[in-house]
Ligand binder design. Structure first.
Ligand code: FES
Length: 363
């Protein structure tokens, strides 16, 4: 008997952290260095898992930020949390909520999904907000004939379609964690999401909900902006502690971090830069796609064309010139200068002329 090859699925974790206020009373120097260390540990996992930071400061009292983590296996999630626990900032962080789930195909049929990208792979958008909650259905739901459940799901989908700017990511937790699903909606307008949820309460399927709390409204932001919402010394200060040399170059990574075929996001000053190792040559471009700001370090590289395809709408950029080679983007990307010193990869912005060391004039 031949068995069907298993579909590749992803593991997903929504980890909500709360900072101990004792950290805010530490000296500014230590706050800055602990933010830098924490941020660099997260960056070092680029390529191994997809990680999105979101802030909740000013929104909820029991957690300060979310790290939305998507990986190919549980080991990567364990490795990330272990590394974060070892940091100085990690010693001041509690984890009041952590939800584990996996991607899978729905058992219900949704014709409008035909031709859409597979739901087995999480593709976060650049929406400003993420609305997350764990979800459990009543046992009575599972006792209903499937055709009846499909009818109710169809109604659910019809309501959802009235709010096209809200995008749903459903992941499954059966047997892995306490809830049955984690639902994560992306959107730019909290009012629209509120209206959608209110309308869904009137749907037939809603009467089969056992639990759908707590609910988290999360604001997408850069890693360093998120760290700054925690208070203390600013991340800009932390980032600027990275040594930029007199010639304008900043050490960004090592070749060991970026083997051939790999890509990763790094920072030059406060700017996110995508590094690619294409057949042994390192290329550096601005990380944000000029179309809708997707993270290009998560794109697909075509080594023959020396180009990257944006993970969202298939915009294609040359890694050598930054020019648009295809897809919706119109504007080119900034290309950073790259040089190697031993194993160290150094990058410098294109517009910065190499600076000679300044020599004070003799009087
Ligand atoms: S964000 Fe649309 S092509 Fe990159």
């Amino acid at each position: 008997m031949t068995s069907k090859p298993a579909e590749k699925r992803q593991v997903v974790r929504f980890a909500f952290y709360k900072l101990d206020s004792a950290w805010r009373r530490l000296p500014a120097e230590r706050q800055a260095s602990s933010k830098l260390e924490f941020g660099q540990v997260i960056e070092s996992f680029a390529g191994r898992l997809l990680l999105r930071p979101y802030g909740l400061v000013g929104i909820r009292g029991d957690c300060d930020f979310l790290l939305w983590q998507v990986a190919e296996n549980l080991d990567s999630l364990v490795a990330l949390q272990t590394a974060l626990n070892r940091t100085d900032l990690g010693a001041y962080l509690a984890l009041p909520y952590s939800y584990l789930a996996m991607t899978r195909r729905s058992i219900y049929e949704f014709p409008e999904d035909l031709g859409q990208p597979s739901r087995l792979v999480i593709r976060p958008s650049e929406a400003r907000y993420l609305f997350v909650y764990p979800f459990i259905k009543t046992r009575a739901w599972y006792a209903l004939p499937k055709v009846e459940r499909q009818t109710m799901m169809d109604e659910h989908v019809r309501v959802g379609r009235k709010y096209p700017s809200i995008r749903l990511n459903t992941t499954y937790s059966y047997g892995l964690d306490d809830q049955e699903f984690i639902v994560a909606f992306e959107g730019d307008d909290p009012a629209e999401f509120l209206d959608l949820v209110m309308e869904l309460r009137e749907s037939q399927a809603s009467s089969y909900t056992l639990r759908d709390t707590p609910t988290f409204t999360c604001v997408q932001m850069s890693l360093w902006d998120m760290l700054d919402t925690l208070g203390g010394a600013g991340s800009a200060q932390a980032i600027s502690r990275r040594p930029t040399r007199a010639d304008g170059y900043t050490p960004a990574a090592t070749l060991a971090d970026l083997p051939p075929g790999a890509s990763r996001r790094v920072y030059a000053g406060a700017e996110a830069v995508a590094l690619f190792n294409v057949r042994g040559t390192v290329h550096a471009i601005a990380n944000r796609c000029t179309h809708a700001r997707a993270s290009l370090s998560e794109g697909t590289v075509d080594a023959d064309r020396c180009a990257v395809t944006c993970p969202w709408h298939e915009g294609v950029f040359s890694l050598e010139t930054g020019r648009v080679l295809g897809g919706p983007p119109v504007l080119p990307l900034a290309v950073y200068r790259v040089k190697l010193e031993g194993d160290t990869i150094l990058i410098a912005p294109p517009s910065v002329e190499a600076r000679e060391p300044t020599v004070a004039p003799h009087s």
